[in-house]
Design a binder for this molecule. Structure first.
Ligand code: HEM
Length: 354
């Protein structure tokens, strides 16, 4: 995985070198980086989104458009499915699905035809291995449609949440110089100690994890998660019984900004997650990846991608706010949490890059 992401670091580096000292729309930059990283790590394909704005980047944009019409469709999917059935609305635009389907199928069948000679340690390798072993998971079969559905789900669920975590972290580092400097120092110490940037070295960067956690608290990748009640449940201490079959919406934004759980919630404070404080966080009040059997399957990969980009940037560049940066950021919470004016920042070369 580390090698797969290294190619994406190079693309990011070239992009920043071309845009030094200018106003960089950091959310778009982050989305291109996470698109490249997920497509490489899952399908073994180089998407090159910094150069090729069509392809996977365009498919991603189409999948997660923020128009009024799109918000209405997402709303209906959760709260008024009868409208979806009546008008036959599609959750994801067909042309975007078709693009990902073709790219995935090409990569999958080429890999399968190589009879194990080509390996990329990615989702395709895993699916081919499972298919060979004739494994079955709760009735899941390895039909063409099922495989494509997995590919589309991984791509669409992954790149946007990772991109917003990355962009909002860069914003907070840009507006909090002290936190940026502290994090850069930690990265330097660990890199010097380990000699190279390995998975283990990244794991040693505790302050980095604290910063990313605080970003995911303040800007959760999704505003809510949803479940369905599977048996009648009497809420302890209340008269209320939630009946079997009731749809449940759990608002992450509401939990993460509840002063009872996170005092002074508007403040970006990574110390909430330091070794002394992290154990004080009440179970299920911090849910950046959801919880239980339906929680995020891409958690480890998502964190690795986000951390790898932050490390690369802090080793080479200084992040600065500019005339377009707004603090605090104004958020649009539905259907996904986004910054209204994007995430404008400026990057300058670090004199003593390391
Ligand atoms: C920092 C990055 C990420 C964040 C914050 C994030 C967050 C989430 C959240 C909140 C959910 C809903 C969980 C629930 O309902 O309990 C979810 C689901 C999911 N995520 Fe992620 N995610 C990230 C990265 C990724 C990546 C990189 C991938 C794949 C490459 C991915 C794949 C998925 C999939 C497939 C689901 C659906 C799971 C299911 O419905 O069973 N995620 N993610």
């Amino acid at each position: 995985m580390m090698t797969n992401i290294e190619e994406c670091d190079r693309n990011l580096h070239n992009y920043l070198e071309d845009n030094l000292g200018t106003n960089v729309e950091t959310k778009e930059m982050s989305a291109r980086y996470t698109t490249d990283a997920i497509v490489k790590c899952c399908f073994g394909i180089s998407a090159n989104s910094f150069i090729n704005e069509d392809g996977f980047r365009l498919a991603g944009k189409k999948m997660l458009g923020q128009s009024f019409g799109r918000s209405l469709i997402v709303f209906c999917y959760y709260y008024a499915t009868w409208i979806i059935k009546l008008f036959k609305f599609k959750f994801i635009e067909s042309s975007a699905v078709d693009f990902v389907r073709d790219a995935f199928e090409n990569a999958y069948f080429q890999r399968e035809a190589s009879n194990g000679k080509v390996k990329n340690n990615d989702l395709i390798d895993i699916l081919i291995d499972f298919k060979k072993q004739n494994l079955e998971f709760n009735g899941f079969t390895f039909s063409r449609e099922n495989l494509v559905a997995q590919a589309v789900t991984f791509f669409s669920s992954g790149f946007e949440a990772a991109a917003s975590t990355l962009a909002f972290t860069l914003h907070e580092l840009g507006v909090n110089e002290d936190i940026q400097e502290k994090l850069r120092n930690e990265i330097k110490t660990v890199v010097v100690t380990h000699g190279e940037l390995t998975f283990n070295a990244i794991h040693q960067m505790k302050y980095l994890q604290m910063c990313v956690n605080e970003t995911m608290r303040k800007y959760p990748g999704t505003s809510f998660i949803h479940r369905e009640c599977i048996e009648n449940y009497k809420v302890p201490g209340h008269e209320l019984t939630i009946e079997k079959g009731t749809p449940i919406i759990i608002g992450l934004y509401g939990l993460h900004y509840n002063m009872k759980y996170f005092p002074n919630p508007e403040k970006y404070d990574p110390e909430r997650f330091n070794a002394n404080n992290i154990h004080k966080i009440i179970n299920c009040t911090f849910l950046p990846f959801g919880d239980g059997p339906r929680s995020c399957v891409g958690q480890t990969l998502g964190l690795l991608i986000v951390k790898k980009a932050i490390i690369h940037i802090l080793r080479n560049y200084i992040i600065e706010k500019n005339a377009f940066t707004t603090e605090p950021i104004v958020l649009t919470p539905f259907p996904i949490i986004q910054s209204k004016g994007g995430v404008p920042l400026t990057f300058r070369r670090l004199e003593s890059a390391f």
